[in-house]
Design a protein around this ligand. Sequence first.
Ligand code: F6R
Length: 234
Amino acid sequence: MLATAEEVGRRAARVVLEELEAGRLAALGVATGSSPARVYEELAAAGARWEGVEVFALDEYVGLPPGHPESYAAVVDRQVRAPLGLDPRRVHVPDGGAADLDAAGAAYERALAERGGVDVQLLGIGATGHIGFNEPGSSFTSRTRVVELADRTVADNARFFDRPEDVPRRALTQGVATIGTARRHVLLAQGAAKAGAVRAALEGEVSTDCPASALRTFDDVLVLLDPAAASLLD
Ligand code: F6R
């Protein structure tokens, strides 16, 4: 546990920068949403050289008009690609607008596999216990595919949209097993709204009821919590 939400972001950024400086960061896995926002600010401020680094997003909404500012392609472009000065051809986001979403999921898996998976995967956790958009019930062997978002997730995401009816109800997300292929994982959680999910993930049963509990089956996992997110842990 760290003293503040800001410290959570700073520590996660330090992990990424250490891997970059050691020449071990060929691919970075990025989450969207509030949890990693500070990480991207820290990475941009570090003035590091990012040439050659590939970036892979965890997920993308299905059903948004192309170019929507809250599509994860747009968010990753704004928060990660532009500030780090990355070549757009090195930034990958699942194609949630594809006519054939199953094929788009398979293509994303191939793109990840061709680059040997990501070296560091940044993760947030949903109040439902999701990682990526793998909601409760998602198999630990799941791969990139279309999913229905839980009602709670739709409600939580509504803050990014003008009208409730604009909030997407489906997404194309890396599966639990896809996320597990990352060499290192860094989960960030800040705020009391995450405390229950954090407890289920870290101290509950390892079960598809809480997809984030799969982290306990992954190889190299760092969990960074602020006091509110850690408040229900034993
Ligand atoms: C986003 C993602 C989600 C979020 C989670 C937490 O790409 O995959 O798992 O990380 O919903 O969202 P925030 O950080 O906005 O609370």
